[in-house]
Design a binder for this molecule. Structure first.
Ligand SMILES: NC(=O)c1ccc[n+]([C@@H]2O[C@H](COP(=O)([O-])OP(=O)(O)OC[C@H]3O[C@@H](n4cnc5c(N)ncnc54)[C@H](O)[C@@H]3O)[C@@H](O)[C@H]2O)c1
Length: 261
């Protein structure tokens, strides 16, 4: 019997970057929603996270894959097909934002071609490859949800973000809109979430000295006067992965405390 058939919803979700931060909160939330979950992460921590969360009723599995490697992505998609029987929900969450040693962003003149390509490969190309595979599986099933994690940085000017990160996150939005157009006729939706500042290991790398400072300074310009939590982001992903979002596709859901400037 596949993992899929044993869960309360009968659905299986794959969350990339599920070993930390927003991805980890999303794994927990989708499990609470009753979906079996596969964490796909380059970090071995994925195994201990899965072991800790997994229950007999709603299993959490882990697969180690470096999404910068097309070979790893091939291996991952084959394993998900053969071991877990495919997928119903894909959350492309894994992302990187290289920073200088002091935590500040790389200005364009300091971004090497290698670093540019690496950021694009992890943040954008992996999303393309996994979505391309997932939409094929989901089309056959006549149902599916793809949720891609972009960033507020992909929506507007962010002086603390590197151009490669910003370009990759803006591209995720454009890609997802086209993906939605192509998979909509088959009952598959594709949407983007655009987080503002969310407290995670990634955002704790600060450009202003201590991370607490940056979170505090930033909070003053947010209408809700604080940074977000990974659980708040996971709640948005959960909605876009649910039946309740059935007429929403190609959308960008801003989860940013109201900061649009
Ligand atoms: N935290 C924020 O404030 C914020 C804001 C906007 C967007 N985002 C986006 O949210 C997503 C999650 O960010 P986070 O803050 O939770 O980061 P995080 O660093 O806490 O977690 C990222 C996870 O992705 C995994 N990962 C990174 N590169 C990988 C690779 N090549 N292959 C496989 N796994 C890889 C890491 O091992 C880690 O588990 C990212 O796409 C990020 O750009 C975060």
């Amino acid at each position: 019997m596949s993992a899929q058939a044993t869960t309360p919803t009968g659905r299986i979700a794959v969350v990339t970057g599920g070993a930390s931060g927003i991805g980890l909160a999303t794994v927990r939330r989708l499990q609470e929603d009753g979906h079996a979950v596969v964490i796909a992460d380059r970090s071995e921590a994925a195994h201990s996270v899965a072991q800790e969360l997994s229950t007999n009723e709603v299993p959490v599995h882990s697969e180690i894959a470096d999404l910068a490697s097309p070979d790893d992505i091939d291996r991952l998609t084959s394993t998900i097909t053969t071991t877990y029987g495919g997928l119903d929900i894909l959350v492309n969450n894994a992302g990187i934002h290289p920073k200088r040693e002091d935590g500040s962003h790389f200005p364009i003149k300091e971004i090497s071609l290698d670093q540019w390509n690496h950021v694009m490969t992890v943040n954008l190309t992996a999303t393309f490859l996994l979505s391309k595979w997932a939409m094929g599986v989901m089309k056959e099933r006549g149902w599916g949800r793809i949720v891609n994690v972009s960033s507020r940085a992909g929506r507007m000017y962010m002086p603390i973000s590197g151009a490669h990160y910003v370009a990759s996150k803006a591209a995720v939005i454009g890609f997802t809109r086209t993906l939605a157009g192509e998979c909509g006729p088959y009952g598959v939706t594709a949407n983007t979430v655009a987080p503002g500042r969310i407290k995670t290991p990634l955002s704790d790398v600060s450009g202003l000295g201590s991370s607490q400072n940056l979170h505090e300074v930033f909070s003053q310009s947010v209408p809700l006067r604080r940074v977000g939590t990974a659980d708040e982001l996971a709640a948005a992903v959960s909605f876009l992965a649910s039946e309740d979002s059935s007429f929403i596709t190609g959308a960008v859901l801003d989860v940013n405390g109201g900061i649009f400037g």
